[in-house]
Ligand binder design. Structure first.
Ligand SMILES: Nc1ncnc2c1ncn2[C@@H]1O[C@H](COP(=O)(O)OP(=O)(O)OP(=O)(O)O)[C@@H](O)[C@H]1O
Length: 321
């Protein structure tokens, strides 16, 4: 049994123009201590996947199908109160630019203490000591516990948010572009820190990023999404060295030096599908140089293309069947 198993997850949004299926039959499994990277261009459903797992969808969104099992327990079946208990404690999420979510009028320590005391029956002093330990863990001097957010740099605020996300020792940490708003040097430091803490705390991690070099440095497995569907999944090395789906090939080749570049230097021609009116068949076919009739008619299933490596393309992978 995996730590977190996502099975056939399908999430829809109701909009004034119709229904959008933002996550379409997504399945993956995360083991203890493992890091999975969810990658793809903007709008492919990465954030919606994370919000579905954590039951944080906005009002017009709902999970219409599938299961999210944490240690075998279905989170989708829980009521709001139970879900609140799971948040922070079992699955915690650190958002893009989350540092701006710190409350400017509360001392940072009190914000961390609040999260701890909301979930654990411990007194203020014990929680304060824990908050100090957490600050040290993210390499901030514990003496700064009574400082306010404006007294910290962007990178340090992101560390505080990380301390908060880790306050209740979650089993799974979801990072949604946790370093995107930071400059390259600070980004690297925070990624190293996340990596170290993941190992120390033996957490599972889902890292959402549009940046393949961030994923390559931090993750064991990769799940590539396009138009809400998984188009490829496997070990990170296999995805980077032997991308198989034409979309992943383009994504990988748009990062010419995976070890150095941190921005997508060459964008993929064309645009992701409009999910209000997606194309028939494979969603990538309008942008794919290999597309044939079957691609325009029929959505491909994920097929094995190597050990633990799957791709959803009509023209790839038959030799492994
Ligand atoms: N509240 C909402 N109402 C309607 N549609 C939404 C809502 N939130 C997201 N969507 C749609 O769901 C799809 C997936 O969006 P999502 O934010 O999950 O993608 P993403 O890959 O995380 O992109 P980004 O990197 O830009 O955050 C998009 O087509 C988006 O327009």
């Amino acid at each position: 049994m995996g730590l977190l198993e996502v099975k056939g997850l399908t999430t829809q949004f109701n909009t004034k123009d119709g229904t959008v299926t933002a996550v379409d039959d997504v399945s993956f499994s995360l083991e203890k201590g493992e890091a999975i990277g969810l990658v793809g261009e903007s709008g492919c459903g990465k954030t919606t996947t994370a919000l579905s797992i954590t039951n944080l969808l906005p009002e017009n969104g709902s999970v219409s199908n599938g299961e999210v099992l944490l240690e075998g327990k279905d989170l989708a079946g829980l009521d709001a109160e139970e879900v609140r208990k799971h948040r922070w404690k079992d699955i915690s999420i650190a958002f893009q630019g989350a540092m701006n979510a710190l409350n400017p009028v509360l001392k940072i320590g009190d914000q961390i203490i609040e999260v701890i005391m909301l979930h654990e029956k411990i007194d203020y002093e014990t929680a304060r000591n824990r908050a100090k330990e957490l600050l040290e863990m993210v390499e901030i001097d514990a003496e700064r516990i009574d400082n306010y957010a404006h007294e910290f740099s962007g990178g340090m605020k992101q560390r505080v948010m990380l301390a908060m996300a880790l306050a209740c020792r979650p089993k799974v940490l979801i990072g949604d572009e946790p370093t995107t708003a930071l400059d390259v040097m600070v980004q690297a430091q925070i990624l190293d820190l996340i990596e170290r803490l993941r190992e120390e705390l033996d957490m599972g991690m889902i890292l959402i990023t549009h940046d393949l070099s961030v994923m390559a440095e931090t993750c064991d497995k990769a799940v590539v999404m396009y138009g809400g569907r998984i188009v490829e999944s496997g070990k990170v090395e296999a995805i980077i060295q032997r991308p198989t789906h034409p979309y992943t090939e383009k994504l990988v080749s748009s990062f010419p030096d995976i070890t150095k570049e941190r921005t997508m230097v060459e964008s993929i021609p064309g645009a992701p599908p409009n999910l209000l009116d997606p194309p028939k068949g494979c969603y990538f076919h309008p942008r794919c140089e290999f597309a044939t009739d079957i691609c325009r008619q029929q959505a491909p299933d994920l097929k094995p293309v190597g050990p633990g490596h799957y791709a959803a393309c009509h023209h790839r992978g038959d030799e492994h069947e």
